[in-house]
Ligand binder design. Structure first.
Ligand code: PFF
Length: 447
């Protein structure tokens, strides 16, 4: 049998998983959700969920992946025995990856378009109305956003076709720390704008009366989306982790890094938005109008803007790679397609749905369902239903269905790591996480 590839080092898993986690979820979706759900109240709930539920769920996915060394469908089949219904969770995950990739590449395309616009100097000497106008004319352009989306998908397929080590790991390792550096620079600039304090207050001062079922489920969905959990991406990456790696400490590092970048994005965007008079509830356009405005105010802003969008394209690419990898690992192992064929099939399938998400942004587009764009619909269905449900089933599987000895064997690397902390993690996986996810999920269904 062909030997499966592994990530080459401990840094390999952290970098690849962080590459999957860090992306538009942090810089584009997190500020959008925080802005629409009351700022500080959302942040508190988000932090609690990411740390207390997100970390054990990430560990659970690693446990399943490394134990089975298989794609999500194969993993549930292998670990649950014949005639079990558990592989359905794997299928749901693959479907979810496909739906996320479809709308994610819409915004991924925008990052590419904005990279081009920043090189062409479109944001120089523009006022807010002009920058907002640019967002509208870009998303309404007859072919540009579609072309950008398709180029992005093609790039993703190209990297995935080359395989885990050559593609995913190498790409993930390049340039991520630089993104962090540039975000810190942006943060300093944003905090010195006049009126910044009001934005900080909005983002950090929780108004507890704003916490309701909607805020809870949005924070749950956002944390799962941002950490790439609840749909099998990290089962797939877990299957490439070597037996010697410490999955618990790796998961903790990734959750902390991901959370830090999301908070940093908030500290950049809200002070600037308040300073320029952009509504925090602006939605899709929030990051794409606020950031170019900040760059305008900076010395050397033209270059910073180019570097920022270049790094954002790369951060986004390492996330789309992990989404396509779920589909490709499943197609190659379940249907015996070659990696190249599977990458093409996955990308073409995604493009078919993805272009509809992009087109739905046009003014007057018929692709609206019950007042929402088709894009929003894909986003809501995945973050508010698929991922919470997937996450719930994953912790239940690891906590109650898998052999306890196998799980502990994975958590302790065959007994060579201390068991104490891991028993506490098991407790969260068995009791706390399923109850918390279940309660939040049901409360929104009843709301
Ligand atoms: N976590 C990515 C982000 O925050 O941009 C999005 C994502 C990637 C979600 C991979 C799910 C996934 F499997």
């Amino acid at each position: 049998m062909k030997q499966r590839e592994n990530f080459s080092s401990k840094l390999g898993i952290i970098v690849a998983t962080a590459g999957s986690a860090l992306g538009l979820g942090n810089i584009y979706r997190f500020p959008c959700e925080a802005g629409a759900n009351g700022g500080g109240a959302f942040l508190i709930v988000y932090l609690a969920i990411a740390l207390v539920i997100g970390t054990p769920l990430m560990i659970s996915e690693f446990v399943i992946g490394r134990r089975a060394k298989s794609n999500p469908v194969g993993a549930f089949r292998l670990l649950s025995g014949k005639k079990s219904a558990w592989p359905v969770v794997g299928y749901l995950g693959v479907l979810c990856a496909f739906l996320i990739l479809a709308f994610y590449t819409t915004v991924a395309g925008w990052t590419l378009g904005y990279l081009g616009k920043s090189i062409a100097g479109h944001f120089n000497h523009q006022d807010l109305t002009q920058i907002q106008g640019q967002f509208d004319s870009f998303t309404n352009h007859p072919w540009l956003p579609l072309a950008c989306q398709l180029v992005f998908l093609a790039l993703t397929a190209f990297v995935v076709a080359r395989g885990v080590k050559d593609g995913i790991e190498r790409w993930s390792k390049i340039l991520m720390p630089l993104l962090l550096v540039i975000m810190v620079v942006l943060c300093v600039k944003s905090l010195t704008l006049s009126g910044a304090a009001e934005g900080l207050r909005f983002f950090f001062k929780p108004d507890f009366s704003k916490i309701n079922g909607r805020v809870l489920i949005s924070a749950l969905g956002q944390s799962f989306f941002s950490l790439s959990i609840g749909m099998g991406a990290l089962i797939t990456y877990g299957s490439y982790i070597s037996k010697k790696d410490n999955m618990v400490s790796s998961a903790v590092s990734v959750v902390l890094a991901d959370t830090m970048v999301a908070v940093l994005a908030g500290v950049i965007i809200f002070p600037a938005a308040f300073s320029f008079g952009i509504q925090p509830e602006a939605g899709a356009s929030l990051a794409f109008t606020t950031l170019p405005m900040v760059f305008q105010q900076m010395t050397g802003g033209y270059f910073f803007c180019i570097i920022f969008f270049l790094l954002l394209v790369i951060a986004t690419l390492t996330s789309t790679i992990s989404l396509l990898e779920v589909i490709v690992a499943t197609l190659t192992e379940e249907l015996q397609l070659t990696r190249s064929k599977a990458s093409i099939v996955g990308a073409v399938g995604t493009a078919a749905i993805g272009v509809l998400a992009t087109l739905s942004f046009r003014t007057g587009s018929p692709l609206h369902i019950a007042g929402n764009t088709f894009f929003d619909l894909l986003d809501h269905v995945t973050a508010l239903y698929f991922m919470p449900l997937g996450g719930l089933l994953i912790v239940l599987f690891v906590g109650w269905k898998m052999e306890r000895a196998d799980t502990m064997d994975e958590l302790t690397n065959g007994g060579s790591l201390k068991a104490g902390l891991r028993k506490a993690i098991m407790f969260i996986i068995r009791y706390l996480a399923p109850v918390a996810i279940g309660v939040i999920f049901i409360s929104q269904l009843l709301a």
